[in-house]
Design a binder for this molecule. Structure first.
Ligand code: ZN
Length: 210
């Protein structure tokens, strides 16, 4: 239970060092509710917490995390659409101004996509990763004989592009992007180098941000 004690001790530190020292922020968040301007679609990976790596405060980011930070295409019926529900709430109710797809290096989900069904146990990951199948096909075409690390990075970044495109299959995203009230971003956190890259649609490359 050491792990859980570490968490509750961490909460006590958060309360003493953060909650108590920012009474205006928490009073406002409590009375007025949340009004984040940014939604982040991030991976479940424990190393890529969006709030930590962007040094954000409570109330700043509306976050959904799933395996490999994927956005599915807009589909009706047939399942529990957790990511789509979060997107819908962010775009239509909160009216966020930005949606960031936050990918990262060393992504286990992308690794499972590259290695195929034999490398993964369980029932859910492989069907979920099929969302990024187009990224896999692209890597197999452009980097068929490249080293594993090159293929992995290329697939991680190509899958961000797939998710960016899938975002525009939701009509309420498409409308807001066309109106200029919603902006879409593809980011890539390089854990090895500690760098944050952003997708530039003009160059079709990921470039260092900030
Ligand atoms: Zn990941």
């Amino acid at each position: 239970m050491e792990e859980i004690k570490k968490l509750t001790a961490g909460f006590a530190r958060f309360r003493a060092k953060y909650f108590v020292k920012h009474p205006e922020l928490f009073d406002q968040l409590s009375r007025k509710g949340q009004s984040p301007r940014v939604m982040v679609v991030a991976c479940c990976d424990s190393r890529v917490d969006p709030a930590i790596i962007t040094d954000s405060d409570p109330g700043d980011l509306f976050v959904v995390r799933n395996v490999a930070n994927l956005v599915p295409p807009c589909e009706m019926g047939g399942g529990y659409h957790g990511t789509s529900a979060a997107l819908e709430f962010a775009a239509r109710t909160l009216e966020v101004q930005h949606i960031v797809i936050l990918g990262h290096s060393q992504c286990g989900g992308i690794q499972s996509l590259l290695q195929g069904i034999k490398a993964v146990q369980g029932d859910f990951i492989i069907p979920w990763m099929a969302i990024a199948d187009e990224a896999l096909q692209k890597v197999n075409t452009l980097h068929a004989h490249a080293p594993d690390a090159t293929r992995q990075r290329a697939c991680e970044q190509a899958s961000i592009q797939v998710s960016l495109r899938n975002l525009t299959t939701f009509p309420w995203v498409r409308e807001r992007v066309a109106q200029g009230t919603l902006h879409l971003h593809g980011w890539y956190f390089d854990i090895d180098l500690g760098e944050l890259l952003g997708y530039n649609p003009d160059t079709e490359h990921f470039e260092i941000l900030g």
